[in-house]
Design a binder for this molecule. Structure first.
Ligand SMILES: *Cc1c(COP(=O)(O)O)cnc(C)c1O
Length: 424
């Protein structure tokens, strides 16, 4: 059944039980797998046969769920990680090493900003940040000979800027490197970056994909479209022998569609071990089964709340790419015609203090370091998720100190608006 629609894939893709097998994805709660001969096992260690031997690298439950997310994104191969942070790190570190350089949108999640600007910098991997709204020339000038990847978020958390995927993809490809897009906020229900030229897609599945606030997790999907061998000198890890596997060359052995994820699993997962637990993968799948139904409601609630806030005199400004007056509305219409997400950012008059008072009065919207689950929640980024950033960095990322991010859940929009109205 080719060309299934997105909702059908949410419910059914990834796991097809055989005769008499469990209808629901089984949780393979086992760290190890048994083999009859050492030779059988040896083939797995040599990557000569595919199969499971240790859950630090791979587990069948995870693979069923990764296959569903891969189908949703229209990719060739995918894998789960223990968190969204791990997914972004793996996506980048799979093709970068000491001396490499990354071009990234400055409008990204605070955790990813720290990963790039602090931790990966310590590893000798430098990042040049560019505004998502930069001109083609500005984007062009950020590249260096050692640039190995371009990175951005479809809808940035929390700035809610929309990435012009085609602009970033064409610049990346002109320089022989892939575009990696973190597609956490719209999810593949509302945007499939691979269709617009992205090569690798990442997710914090902790957000809408799980959708119930129960399981931290991440995912990576490779489109299989990037020709690593065409730029072989840039990606020696994929195109030259891996001594830790008797000299196999990933692009030769696993082809364009398999090289990236196979290397990521057999090398990075082996050595760094950021695997998602099979139990969490099971919860994630429950979330995925209703993702298409929930995203519609989240986006509707987000739009209703944004439209209400825009009319309030106490509100200085509202960001929501689904709102017709928003600077990113045109890009949102292009890349996400069916809707965006349920996260709305707005600035109340009176800065940090007023934001605090307002948030304290809310009854339905809880104060949480989280977004994108069934219950509405809110946060002041400057005093929480982004507190490591200087005022200049905050400004560059489009996050004023008095900004409130509200994540509209699945409640009735009339009740959410009434709660906001009483607090204002
Ligand atoms: C939350 C988030 C992350 C990090 O994911 P974790 O699952 O919390 O590690 C990365 N990118 C975006 C866009 C996020 O919202």
């Amino acid at each position: 059944m080719e060309n299934q629609k997105i909702g059908t894939k949410c419910v059914q893709a990834g796991y097809q039980p055989g005769n008499g097998e469990p209808r629901e994805i089984p949780i393979i709660q086992s760290t190890t797998f048994k083999y009859d001969t050492s030779e059988d096992m040896g083939k797995l260690f040599d990557l000569e046969a595919s199969g499971y031997f240790y859950t630090r690298l791979q587990n069948p439950t995870n693979d069923y769920v990764a296959a569903k997310i891969t189908a949703l994104e229209g990719g060739a191969a995918g894998m789960l990680t223990s968190s969204g942070q791990a997914a972004n790190f793996f996506a980048l570190f799979n093709i970068c090493e000491t001396g490499s350089h990354i071009v990234a949108s400055s409008s990204i999640y605070g955790g990813t900003f720290n990963l790039l600007a602090v931790t990966m910098k310590k590893m000798g991997i430098e990042t040049t940040f560019v505004s998502p709204d930069c001109t083609k020339e500005e984007l062009e000038s950020a590249f260096r000979d050692n640039t190995r990847a371009v990175f951005g978020e479809t809808i940035a958390n929390p700035a809610l800027t929309v990435l012009d995927i085609e602009k970033f993809a064409s610049a990346a490809h002109a320089h022989g490197v892939p575009l990696i897009v973190d597609n956490t906020f719209p999810t593949p229900v509302h945007c499939r970056p691979i269709e617009w030229g992205a090569d690798i897609v990442t997710h914090s599945t902790t957000k809408y994909m799980d959708g119930h606030g129960v399981a931290v997790g991440g995912a990576l999907v490779d489109s299989g479209k990037f020709d690593w061998t065409k730029h072989a000198e840039k990606f020696p890890g994929l195109t030259t022998p891996d001594d830790s596997y008797h000299g196999i060359v990933y692009t030769e052995k696993f082809g364009q569609a398999g090289a990236f994820i196979t290397k990521c699993t057999s090398q990075l997962m082996r050595d760094l071990g950021c695997i998602q637990s099979p139990q969490n993968a099971f919860y994630l799948n429950l979330g995925l089964e209703s993702l298409h139904v929930r995203m519609k409601r989240h986006a509707e609630n987000g739009l209703a709340v944004a439209a209400f806030l825009e009319q309030q005199p106490q509100v200085k400004h509202v960001s929501f790419p689904g709102l017709p007056g928003d600077p990113y509305h045109a890009l949102a219409q292009k890349y996400m015609p069916d809707g965006t997400c349920g996260v709305v950012s707005f600035e109340v008059e009176g800065g940090r203090k007023a934001a605090e008072t307002f948030m304290g009065r809310l009854k339905l919207a809880a104060i949480e370091t989280h977004v994108a689950d069934a219950r509405t929640c809110c946060l002041n980024p400057a005093t929480s998720t982004h507190r490591q950033m200087t005022d200049e960095q905050l400004a560059a990322a489009g996050i004023p100190a008095g900004l409130i991010r509200i994540s509209c859940g699945l409640e009735d929009k009339e009740d959410l608006i009434a709660d906001l109205a009483q607090a204002l």
